[in-house]
Structures are given as C-alpha cells and as structure tokens.
Write a protein that binds this ligand. Structure first.
Ligand code: GDP
Ligand code: CA
Length: 322
C-alpha cells in the first residue's frame, strides 16, 4: 500500500516551525507519511540581478538545520561581505541585507533559471543537497509577486515589510501575475491525492492568500477528498511573531483566531476549512467555530521547539482523523 500523504500549504517562518514538528511527529507513526509543502512565492523578487525566494529558503534552511535561529532568517553563522560590497557599488536595496552564503544560494538559483529550468525544478535540485524529509514545491513556476497598495503608491511586499516594517498603512494587496499563473507541477496532485491537507500557521493574507490566488489551487482545496485542517497563526488576539495584524487590518479582518477561520471559511459553505486548531487561550471561540461548520479544538499552539511543534502537528491530524 502507498504511504499516506500529508500536504502542507504555507509561507516562511511559521510554516518552517510547523514542518519541523510535523516531520518529527511523522517519523513516530507506524506508517510514516510522505510530506509535501506547497510554499508561497509572493515574497520573491529580483535584486541585484538575482532571483530571491525568501519563503522557500526559510523552509529549506530550517529543515536542513542550517538556518540562523536567533535572527530568524538566512544561514547560521553567515557574514555580509557581499552585501557591503553591493552597497558600495550602489546596487540592490541598502535595507535588504543578503548573507554571503545566502548569495551563494541566489546565484545558484538564478544560474539554473537562466539555464531554462522552471523554479520547481530548481527547488528540486537545490533541496536535494540535504535530506529534508519534506518535498518542497513552489506554488507556481510563474513570477507572482505581492504588491501592497498604500498612500505612497504601490510597494513591493519586501519594501513594505522589510524597509517600512509594515508601518505604512496598507489599503490592500495585489498578487501581480497570479491571474495568468498556473500551479507548479505536482501542486494540484499533492492537494487532490493527499490524505490530509494542513494550512500551516502562516500569515493568512500575505502567505496563504497568494498561494490561493493561483488559479486552480483554491478549487483543488474545495474538491479535495482529504480533510483540510488549519493551525491558527493568531493566539489570544495577537500575532505570535511578525506583523500579520497590519495585513489583516488592511483587508478588514479582525486579528483573532475566529475571524481568520471565518475569513478562510468552512468547506461546507464555499470556504476551504474543515477544521481549525486554536490555542488554549482562544478556547471560547471553539463553539462559534463549530456553529460555523468548522471542527475545532483548543491546544497549546506556541511552536517553541521541535517537541511543542510535533504536539501541534499531532493535534491537527487527530482533529481530522475519523
Ligand atoms: P513568513 O512568510 O516568514 O512571514 O512566515 P509565515 O507566513 O509562514 O508565518 C508567519 C506567521 O506565523 C505569523 O503571522 C505568526 O503569527 C505565525 N507564528 C509564528 N510563530 C508561531 C507560533 O509559535 N505559533 C503559532 N500558532 N503561530 C506562529
Ligand atoms: Ca513570507
């Protein structure tokens, strides 16, 4: 019999932390499942002639165990000599630092893209360097980049997020190129043939939405035979890390586990969720979620380390197990 398949959809840091736990939990199961992660490309950009894919890199580095845990991005023990040199040349964005080892990854990716490989093939090639235990798929091979509508005009997501720390009030988000994009090879199959689909505790507006905006992906979730369970990135009315509240406010969604679940919607009612895991402090929302047609449970959702993340993964799978 084929191994069970679990497919996770998400962005960078929240997704990576969750995947570390899921991988650890999966290894303890009598029938270890095949794990696939469909990763957001909306934060991607061209910079200094290089194609940069922040969420894919965050997930790849974390699963490989070479990420900088303290800083939260890039490679452990990295230096910034190339970045300093680029700044001296006046190339790139002075507020967007690239680690030297990171630049090695960007040169590799760009070189393979210029050889004509689609991004999904580049990701397959690059992730083969480490035994990640999770197959990574970009949501699409097309260039789909998130732009933020602000009073100062349209900003690339990275400029708004990294340079302005999301402090310029956002009026909305555009996933440029999404309309004409198609899911990367393997993405629809990973959703349609999964035994469980999990929405990682990722930013719903700028990590999940740009994936769902690729024509065909939302529809695949709607018709998947597998249950779809999400893990709330919001705990006690606050984002755990990052600035997701600015994104939610911009699209008129309250920063709460309940509001985010309602935003994603019950699958029985045209949405994409069968189940939603909330933190213990949000236990009061469980009955409202059930009323909305979403199976729900409250468990600790802080992804502190592999053990706590594995417990969250187990709870997510238990919630949708018959
Ligand atoms: P990004 O692409 O690097 O911004 O990462 P994601 O979109 O994958 O994840 C960012 C989201 O993860 C934020 O909105 C946080 O609220 C959420 N998050 C971060 N750490 C935790 C955690 O320990 N527990 C939960 N439940 N959510 C978390
Ligand atoms: Ca991201």
């Amino acid at each position: 019999m084929a191994s069970p398949r679990i497919t996770v959809i998400g962005g960078g840091v929240g997704n990576a932390r969750f995947l570390l736990g899921l991988r650890a939990h999966a290894a303890t199961l009598p029938e270890p499942p095949d794990l696939t992660a469909v990763v957001n490309v909306g934060d991607d950009m061209w910079l200094a002639g290089l194609r940069i894919t922040p969420d894919l890199d965050t997930v790849m580095y974390a699963l490989a165990g070479v990420n900088d845990v303290e800083r939260g991005w890039g490679r452990a023990g990295d230096t910034e000599r190339v970045s300093a040199e680029l700044a001296a040349w006046g190339v790139g964005w002075p507020w967007f630092t690239l680690g030297d080892l990171d630049v090695g990854a960007h040169v590799t990716r760009t070189s393979l893209l210029r050889d004509g490989l689609p991004l999904s093939a580049v990701v397959e090639r690059m992730t083969a360097r480490w035994p990640l235990g999770v197959r990574l798929l970009p949501s699409t091979d097309h260039e789909v980049e998130t732009y933020v509508r602000t009073s100062q005009g349209d900003l690339h997501f990275q400029e708004w997020w990294t340079r302005h720390r999301a402090a310029v009030s956002a009026e909305g988000f555009d996933f440029r190129g999404a309309q004409d994009a198609t899911p990367a090879p393997g993405v629809l199959d990973a959703i349609e043939s999964a035994d469980v689909v999990i929405l990682a505790p990722s930013n719903p507006i700028v990590s999940l939405d740009p994936v769902l905006a690729i024509p065909g992906i939302r529809a695949a979730l709607e018709r998947a035979s597998a249950p779809v369970v999400g893990v709330s990135p919001i705990i006690g009315g606050a984002v755990v890390r990052g600035m997701a509240d600015q994104c939610l406010t911009a699209v008129g969604v309250e920063t709460s586990a309940l509001a985010v679940a309602r935003y994603l919607g019950a699958r029985s009612n045209g949405g994409i969720l069968d189940a939603w895991l909330v933190d213990e402090v949000d236990a009061a929302s469980v009955s409202a979620l059930r009323d909305a047609g979403i199976r729900a449970e409250a468990v600790p959702l802080w992804l502190r380390d592999e053990e706590s993340s594995a417990a969250v993964a187990r709870a997510a799978l238990t919630l949708v197990a018959r």
